[in-house]
Write a protein that binds this ligand. Structure first.
Ligand code: FRU
Length: 443
């Protein structure tokens, strides 16, 4: 009985466990994508991360891990090392600078981790693929815009460069110079080395402009530095004498398109972030699809002619993205609801199974107890019969004891009477003899 109880408890526990542990979500194999982002302090990078996350969230098996190096090369190397140690399936990298990141990217490739680089490249094409706009083309487009919108005999230009050693800065310069050099009336009169942020160029530009340098155009490698240059010109009251061209063409209140619409920038060259494409590319690589080494995103000039159209287009895209995000959030909520209900159902099923087996156990116990009772009754009857027999024997023993006692009492009585008589006669004879003896003595 005790054993059976233990077996029942064991069956119940294992039943409950097997019902509760069959979670389907664990069966889905995850795809681990690591992304080493150069920095996240500007809208362009944030928009890149957002579109990556949105694209990744449309694929439930993707687990996207973004590490922000915050403009620090050593941090980026360390973070890439960590992602290699985590054995991510694909490692997307947007290198701060080309040279210092080359070795660690090669290390990942040697560890059989595919590395697509986005926006910026490492040296010697030692990566799996590049994804981004053609930065040489961007430089050329900026130069063509200057040439096309100017019939002057002499066009004097200041070029404001992005961070030295980062591939977009080198390539934008290259493309820009290629076109400018073809036109005798165009000349780059000064170059300012920036680091992609406006604070890095404003003082140098102020000094140049204060030295009465004659300038018609400022080409900055991104919109943030182009707007920063415009701010300096406005400070000096010459903002209307110079035209400013930037790169990025982000939508939104602080973006380049708005700056074109506001007349701050003459033009901006669209530089798409490629966040969503990067995730798509990572999946293609994992599916062993053959992919080109260079995955070029298209670019275009945005100026007063198309700024409105571009803005509307981007607003529409942003709206659609917002809607998608809302729908994804709703799906996630539904999923969570489904899982919680599923778990509830499993718990109910486990409880039902326990109740069912307890019922079976109770029925079994009732029959077992009945059987035991019958056995007990039989034993009881036997004990009663034996007790009666013992009582009867005890009575008989008592009667025979009493008979024995009476017999011996009678017998002793029969002996005692003649003995008493004999004794008293002997005593009277002895008394008489004593009396006579004393009389004879005196005589
Ligand atoms: C964003 C940014 C862009 C620029 C790109 C070049 O961090 O500075 O403005 O076009 O990086 O890599």
């Amino acid at each position: 009985m005790k054993h059976i109880r233990y077996i029942f408890i064991l069956i119940n526990i294992s039943l409950a466990f097997s019902i509760l542990s069959c979670d389907r979500s664990k069966d889905v194999e995850k795809i681990h994508i690591g992304f080493s982002q150069a920095m996240t302090n500007d809208d362009w990078r944030r928009s890149m991360n957002n579109s990556m996350e949105l694209q990744a969230s449309m694929n439930p098996e993707i687990d996207l891990q973004i590490k922000d190096a915050n403009y620090d090369v050593l941090t980026q190397i360390k973070q890439i090392d960590e992602l290699i140690a985590d054995s991510v399936d694909v490692l997307i990298v947007s290198p701060i600078q080309s040279k210092p990141i080359t070795a660690v990217v090669r290390k990942a490739i040697n560890a059989s981790i595919p590395v697509p680089v986005v926006d910026r490249k490492t040296e010697g094409q030692q990566y799996t693929a590049y994804l981004g706009a053609d930065n040489i083309e961007i430089g050329r487009n900026a130069a063509k815009e200057i040439i096309a919108s100017n019939r002057k005999d002499s066009i004097r230009i200041i070029e404001i460069r992005g961070m030295a050693g980062s591939s977009p800065a080198e390539e934008r310069t290259m493309g820009f110079q290629q076109v400018i050099n073809q036109f005798k009336n165009a000349k780059i009169v000064a170059k300012i080395e920036g680091d992609w942020e406006k604070e890095s160029i404003q003082e140098s530009l102020r000094q140049l402009l204060n030295n009465d340098i004659k300038v018609d155009y400022v080409f900055a490698h991104n919109d943030r530095m182009a707007v920063g240059a415009w701010e300096v010109a406005r400070e000096l009251g010459i903002e209307n004498e110079i035209s400013f061209i930037g790169v990025d063409g982000l939508a939104g209140t602080n973006g380049g398109i708005q700056a074109v619409k506001d007349g701050i920038l003459k033009a901006t060259v669209l530089y798409p972030t490629g966040g969503d494409e990067a995730i798509k590319l990572a999946l293609k690589i994992l599916d062993n699809e053959s992919i080109p080494k260079n995955n070029i995103l298209s670019t275009t000039i945005i100026n007063e002619l198309n700024a409105d159209i571009m803005n509307n287009q981007f607003e529409k895209i942003n709206d659609q993205q917002d809607q998608m995000e809302e729908q994804l959030a709703a799906i996630k909520l539904q999923e969570e609801l489904y899982y919680s209900q599923n778990n509830l159902l499993k718990i109910t099923m486990a409880l039902l199974a326990i109740i069912l087996s307890l019922t079976v156990y109770s029925v079994y116990s009732i029959f077992a107890i009945r059987k035991k009772n019958r056995q007990l009754e039989l034993t009881n009857e036997k004990v009663t019969v034996q007790r009666n027999q013992i009582e009867k024997i005890a009575k008989e023993i008592k009667i025979s004891n009493e008979a024995k006692l009476n017999f011996f009492t009678g017998l002793s009585h029969e002996f005692k009477t003649p003995l008493t008589l004999i004794l008293s006669s002997i005593e009277s004879i002895s008394d008489y003899a004593k009396e006579k003896g004393s009389e004879w003595g005196t005589k």
